[in-house]
Design a protein around this ligand. Structure first.
Ligand code: URA
Length: 293
C-alpha cells in the first residue's frame, strides 16, 4: 500500500546503518487504513494517538510503521498488508461518516464491528476501512469501503475518470433540451460546469402494487466521471427536474448485483479490477434495466 513518493528516506544514524523508510505520523495512519489523513491530524492534535507508549501531538513526526508502535484510542495499529475491499449496499437514511454528531445511523452501523476494530482486536475481521467517496443520506446504492488509500484515490480522483452509474428518478419528463444540457455539461449553482455525462431515459416508474400510477416522474441513467458534492441532485435541479430518488448502481464495471439494502460483502481481486477497469469509451452502461428494491 506504500508508494515511493509517500516514503522519505531517513538518513542513517551512523556508519553501517541502512536508511529507513519513514513517513509522517498522519500519513502513516492514513496509509495503514486507520482514517483519512485529515482525520488523523485531528486525532493526533486531540491526544488520541501514541507512538511507542507516549502521546504524540505532532502530525508531522516521522515514524517507521514497521518499527514504531502506534496506538489509537488505546488500540494497537498494525501494518496490514492485506488489502480489504468491501461493497456495501448503503440504505437510504444512513450517513457516510464514521461518527455522526447528530446520532444518525452511519454506514459503520451497517457493517457492525467490521471496519471499526483494529486488526489486533479482531484478527478474523477486515480491520479498519474507510468509505471511498460518499453518498448522501438520502441516496442508496453501491459504496466501497477499503483500507487501501491508493485504491481510494484511484476511484475518486477525477484524472482516472472511473465512471459511477446512477439511476435517478426525477420529477416530470425531461425534454430533449434538458437531456442535452445534462449530457454536454451545465453550470451548477457554484457556476462551475459539469463534465459531459452519459444520460439516457430508462422509463417511467412501474406502479407499486396497490399504489396509484405515477405519471409525474422519470427514471434516468446518469454516468458521471467526477464526484462533486450532491452532483446528480444539483444537475437535476439545474434543469428543473428535482431528483426524488437516487441509487448508485455501478462503479466502473462493478454493479450492485443482488446485495440487499444494508448488506455488504468482501470483494475478490477480480472484482476490484472491475472497479477500476476503464470500460470501452469510458461508458459503464451495459443495457441493464433500472435497479429497484
Ligand atoms: N450525486 C448526488 O446527488 N448524491 C450522491 O449521493 C451521489 C451523487
Amino acid at each position: 500500500m506504500r508508494r515511493p513518493d509517500d516514503v522519505r528516506l531517513r538518513r542513517a544514524a551512523g556508519p553501517g546503518l541502512r536508511p529507513k523508510p519513514a513517513l509522517s505520523l498522519a500519513r502513516a495512519l492514513s496509509k495503514l487504513g486507520v482514517c483519512s489523513r485529515r482525520e488523523a491530524e485531528r486525532w493526533i492534535a486531540a491526544g488520541r494517538v501514541e507512538v511507542n507508549g507516549a502521546v504524540e501531538r505532532s502530525s508531522g513526526r516521522w515514524i517507521d510503521p514497521a518499527r514504531d508502535r502506534l496506538v489509537v484510542d488505546g488500540r494497537r495499529v498494525e501494518d496490514r498488508t492485506t488489502r480489504v475491499v468491501l461493497a456495501l449496499h448503503k440504505p437510504e437514511g444512513v450517513v457516510t461518516t464514521r461518527v455522526d454528531p447528530g446520532g444518525r445511523p452511519t454506514v459503520y452501523d451497517a457493517l457492525g464491528d467490521v471496519g471499526r476494530l483494529a486488526p489486533a482486536d479482531a484478527p478474523a475481521q477486515p480491520g479498519w476501512v474507510f468509505p471511498v467517496g460518499r453518498l448522501d443520506r438520502d441516496t442508496s446504492g453501491l459504496l466501497i469501503l477499503t483500507n487501501d488509500h491508493r485504491l481510494g484515490e484511484r476511484l475518486t480522483s477525477p484524472e482516472h475518470h472511473v465512471p459511477k452509474t446512477y439511476h435517478a428518478r426525477v420529477r416530470g419528463l425531461p425534454d430533449a433540451e434538458a437531456l442535452r444540457a445534462l449530457r454536454e455539461g451545465l453550470p451548477l449553482d457554484d457556476g462551475k460546469a459539469t463534465r459531459p455525462a452519459r444520460v439516457r431515459v430508462l422509463g417511467t416508474p412501474r406502479p407499486r402494487p396497490g399504489a396509484p400510477a405515477d405519471p409525474g416522474s422519470t427514471w434516468l441513467e446518469i454516468v458521471l466521471t467526477e464526484g462533486r458534492n450532491r452532483q446528480v441532485r444539483r444537475m437535476g435541479a439545474a434543469v428543473g427536474h428535482e431528483v426524488v430518488e437516487l441509487v448508485r448502481v455501478r462503479i466502473g464495471r462493478l454493479g450492485l448485483g443482488d446485495l440487499a439494502p444494508g448488506e455488504w460483502r468482501e470483494l475478490g481481486p477480480e472484482e476490484v479490477e472491475r472497479l477500476v477497469a476503464r470500460p470501452p469509451g469510458h461508458c459503464a452502461y451495459d443495457g441493464s434495466l433500472p435497479w429497484r428494491p
